[in-house]
Design a protein. Structure first.
Length: 192
């Protein structure tokens, strides 16, 4: 499967950065997220890197008969109105499993967002796992995982690193890319 997905991406003109974290557990964030094409390209990219992962999407996508297929390929339905329940369940999953790579798009939508959702950061801090910075860059037609961030517990400080990493990454629809920022007035994870 790995060589087939590499071949398929190559036929589409995409390259994959082969460097991957050699870790059993981490939160994998992916950005920019501006198109429906991001998901299938990410599936192909991560498959070609040999990464088996779980991912989250809004629960309304998991209706029959597609819900079964989406869960079979690692999907976890999320009811956005019950955010704290999802965070608690995700943290518990990390504590229960010996291996878990959970992919999350922190923009939360393909449209332009005013700020990133920070649930991924809360999960990483409370589960004691690092955050891998994944990307899909349409300007270079490249998919990869650039670096791994050990969260310090200071959200504002760590977001500076995240902003710097994603500064030169371009989505399919750059006009839909919002600023990489957090809601003002949020406390650091250590003080919560």
């Amino acid at each position: 499967m790995k060589s087939f997905t590499c071949f398929l991406l190559g036929m589409l003109g995409w390259t994959v950065d082969p460097d991957t974290p050699k870790l059993d557990k981490y939160v994998l964030i992916g950005a920019p997220h501006t198109s429906n094409w991001d998901f299938p390209l990410t599936l192909l990219g991560l498959s070609s890197m040999g990464i088996r992962f779980n991912w989250v999407a809004k629960h309304t996508l998991f209706l029959w008969p597609f819900g079964y297929i989406l869960q079979a390929i690692g999907g976890i339905p999320v009811n956005r109105s019950a955010g704290t329940t999802f965070l608690k369940n995700a943290i518990e999953l990390y504590h229960k499993r010996t291996r878990l790579i959970l992919a999350i798009a922190p923009e939360g939508t393909r449209g332009r967002s005013r700020y990133w959702k920070t649930g991924f950061y809360t999960i990483a801090v409370k589960a004691g796992v690092p955050i891998a910075l994944g990307y899909i860059d349409y300007s270079k037609k490249k998919i990869g995982i650039g670096c791994v961030l050990e969260p310090s517990g200071n959200l504002e400080q760590d977001f500076i690193i995240i902003q710097e990493f994603y500064r030169d990454k371009t989505g399919k629809y750059p006009e839909n890319q919002g600023e990489i920022r957090i809601k003002t007035g949020r406390k650091s994870q250590q003080s919560q």
